[in-house]
Design a binder for this molecule. Structure first.
Ligand code: SAM
Ligand code: SF4
Length: 491
């Protein structure tokens, strides 16, 4: 495969003769895959060791399983990997859509330039701060993903300034104060210099979805000559991020575009292995949004049957198993019942989300913010979602300390693979959950949450080898201080 015009940009160094998506090999792996139970079980066992990403051939074998009993074994193994690496924690976050200005024409997206039915907005810094105040002070989020369309007016400088403004917010709450402690960014692929600007402003995770790893389909969905029509520029963006010093990166594919959805799963696995091989660090998270109806485009309706709910559950399990150390994100694009069916294999979800521009601070009319990028499937508020997670035995973690204490990149990869990251996370989940319950929970959710905290603390006390007496003592003192209104105490 020859490199595209992207080679003239600063990613030239990474653009060797062939890129890392070997279409023929991936298709051959899918064609050759046979769900022999012994082979499937051997792969599941290897995944449970939580080492590097599985070869695409193994992922293809897992994808080929159709026998219901064997499929249950695949799901159970996926749940076991989740528990081994991330225990019963689910991290929540919210998207902050700041601008829908866009120069591209992605056929599936309501923000595309040719869609004249979209009211175009770019939030000012003041407006962004209002959004952050609502998220941190009223709803209770500590982590968000900042989202913008691709446009010269919403480039690296705008995003960096927005991040600085968001981090500066400190809002009084019931018992303490609320802050956004981690800003992740989902924006167009950038140059190394632009990515350095985001790094300097304190980016959490840099997230870009490839949309589809099928280069021919990619060309059809991104017609004409726009920045996004360059498949390679996008494919190598995480290489540039590492060069820029951002070692916390997130990948994803937009499922539903490609009827051959299994190819996309192998694309994500191949991408993870490429990053591991080049930089010693795989993706921090993997996303698998499914296409939703969007204002001004009929493509999502036409493609809606491309990934059934049953296929969706299988792809989540296979991704969970294939890249065992990675965080796995299910989004509020999905309906509550779909999320419930996969949440025990996932590590993160957004909740209480609103993807209208300026929607959290009720900036513009409801009618206007409703004409948004696409429609959400789970519109429940954060309190309801957290209550349901507690009913299912999951503790909601608002921990953001890994990134702020330098536990990122290969450091966190080693901790995750060895199961050691879990120790910090378990303690921090308790502390941050306590903060949230005191500051934002309804009475009903607070009662459920406190029962969960008691169970967590009992487990911590019982695991003397993992949590020595001094650690438990420190936890007790942090816990007490948080109850009195202090905030942001963590391990
Ligand atoms: N403009 C940047 C880009 O395209 O990379 C970042 C923002 S874009 C709004 C974020 C993501 O939204 C895209 O990568 C795409 O996967 C997703 N998206 C676009 N249209 C969608 C739809 N109709 N349903 C679900 N997700 C969609
Ligand atoms: Fe623009 Fe991103 Fe939507 Fe494409 S997906 S039209 S680049 S906002």
């Amino acid at each position: 495969m020859l490199p595209s015009s992207g080679s003239q940009k600063t990613d030239g160094e990474f653009m060797t003769k062939a890129d890392f998506i070997d279409d023929e090999a991936l298709h051959a792996a899918l064609a050759a895959a046979k769900p022999e139970p012994a082979r499937v079980r051997e792969i599941l066992k290897r995944s449970l060791e939580v080492s590097e990403a599985l070869p695409p051939e193994d992922a293809a074998v897992l994808l080929s399983v159709t026998d219901q009993a064997l499929l249950e074994e695949v799901f159970e193994a996926a749940r076991a990997v989740k528990r081994k690496v991330y225990d019963n924690r689910v991290v929540t976050f919210a998207p902050l859509y700041a601008s829908n200005l866009c120069v591209n024409n992605c056929l599936y997206c309501g923000f595309r330039a040719a869609n004249k039915g979209t009211v175009r907005r770019k939030l000012s810094m003041e407006e962004i701060k209002e959004e952050a105040k609502a998220l941190a002070g009223k709803i209770g989020h500590k982590r968000l993903i900042f989202v913008v369309g691709e446009h010269p007016e919403s480039g690296a400088e705008y995003i960096a300034e927005a991040m600085r403004n968001i981090y500066s917010v400190k809002e009084k709450t019931r018992r303490g104060y609320g802050q956004i402690r981690r800003v992740n960014v989902n924006a167009a692929p950038m140059t190394i210099d632009e990515l350095k600007i985001l790094k300097a402003a304190g980016i959490g995770t840099y997230q870009v979805f490839q949309e589809t790893y099928d280069r021919h389909l990619y060309a059809k969905l991104h017609p004409g000559k726009s920045p996004k029509s360059d498949f390679h520029w996008r494919l190598y963006v995480m290489h540039r991020a590492f060069e820029a010093g951002i070692d916390d990166v997130a990948i994803g594919a937009l499922f539903g575009l490609n009827p051959d959805w299994k190819f996309e799963v192998l694309g994500l696995v191949a991408h993870s292995r490429e990053l591991e091989a080049r930089f010693g660090i795989g993706p921090h998270t993997i996303s698998f949004p499914r296409l939703e109806s969007a204002n001004g485009t009929s493509l999502p309706e036409e493609s809606v049957n491309n990934v059934s709910d049953a296929d969706f559950k299988k792809l989540v399990a296979v991704l969970r198993l294939s890249v065992p150390y990675a965080g796995i994100i299910v989004t509020a694009r999905e309906k509550p019942e779909t999320i419930r069916s996969v949440i025990d294999m996932c590590t993160q979800r957004d909740a209480g989300s609103n993807i209208g521009i300026g929607a959290y601070s009720d900036r513009y009319s409801k009618q206007e913010t409703e004409r948004q990028q696409f429609m959400l499937g789970d519109m429940r508020n954060l309190d309801e979602v957290i209550g349901e997670l507690a009913d299912l035995g999951h503790i909601t973690s608002f921990c953001t300390s890994g990134y702020r204490c330098g536990r990122t990149g290969d450091h966190i990869m080693k901790l995750l693979k060895s199961g050691h990251e879990g120790r910090f996370c378990k303690l921090n989940a308790v502390l941050t959950f306590r903060e949230w319950l005191d500051d934002f929970a309804s009475d009903a959710t607070r009662a459920k949450g406190e029962a969960l905290i008691r169970k967590e603390i009992a487990e911590i006390r019982a695991r003397e080898k993992d949590f020595p007496a001094e650690t438990v003592k420190l936890l007790d003192s942090y816990y007490e201080r948080i109850e009195k209104g202090e905030r942001d105490l963590c391990f």
